[in-house]
Ligand binder design. Structure first.
Ligand SMILES: [Zn+2]
Ligand SMILES: [Zn+2]
Length: 172
C-alpha cells in the first residue's frame, strides 16, 4: 500500500559514467528512471533498492551494485590546511606585534574553528569498488565507516577477477 515516497532532496551521485568513463554527477529524484550522463548523454540505470525510496537508505552502490559502502566526512583536506595556514600566519603576525601569547591564542582558536567546521560538514557515502560518491537525501546512519581490511579485500577481488583499467585514482 505504501507508495514510494520522494526523497526530500535529490540524491547526488558522483561517479564514472560507464559509457564515457568521465566523472559526472547524476541527480536522482524519486523513481528508478534512467539517468542521462551530462557529458555524453548515455543512459545509466542506477540501481537503488526499495529501502532507498522508502527510507532514503542506501544498501548498495547505485552505479556498480557493490554491497559494501562506507561513509566519511565530506571534508576537504585542502580547506582544513588553508584554515590552519591562515591561522598560523595571523598568529605569527600578532605575536610579532603583541607578544608570543597571541600565537598560541590564535592557533587554539583556529584548531577549535577547524573542529567545529569538521563537525558541521555532512557525510558522504562512498562505494569501495567504483568510488562513486553519494550525497544528499540518503539516510547514512546504516552505512559503516571506512574499513581498511575490507577495502583491501575488495581491491584484491577486483584485481583477481575482471580486468579493470588502471585509471582509477589512487585514493587513500
Ligand atoms: Zn558519459
Ligand atoms: Zn560502486
Amino acid at each position: 500500500m505504501s507508495a514510494p515516497i520522494a526523497p526530500r532532496t535529490p540524491l547526488a551521485v558522483t561517479g564514472a559514467c560507464p559509457a564515457c568513463r568521465r566523472t559526472v554527477e547524476w541527480k536522482v529524484a524519486a523513481g528508478g528512471a534512467p539517468i542521462l550522463c551530462p557529458a555524453c548523454g548515455a543512459e545509466t540505470l542506477l540501481t537503488l533498492g526499495d529501502s532507498f525510496f522508502e527510507r532514503g537508505a542506501l544498501d548498495r552502490c547505485a552505479v556498480c551494485a557493490e554491497r559494501h559502502l562506507y561513509r566519511q566526512k565530506d571534508f576537504n583536506q585542502t580547506t582544513g590546511c588553508v584554515i590552519m595556514a591562515i591561522g598560523a600566519i595571523t598568529g605569527l603576525i600578532l605575536a610579532g606585534l603583541y607578544g608570543a601569547l597571541w600565537l598560541w591564542a590564535v592557533l587554539l582558536l583556529t584548531a577549535a574553528l577547524d573542529a567545529v567546521l569538521y563537525r558541521l560538514v555532512p557525510e558522504v557515502v562512498i562505494c569501495y569498488r567504483c568510488k562513486a560518491h553519494f550525497r544528499g537525501s540518503a539516510d547514512l546512519r546504516a552505512v559503516p565507516p571506512f574499513d581498511l581490511q575490507l577495502a583491501d579485500a575488495i581491491e584484491g577481488r577486483m584485481g583477481g577477477g575482471m580486468t579493470m583499467p588502471p585509471e582509477s585514482p589512487p585514493r587513500r
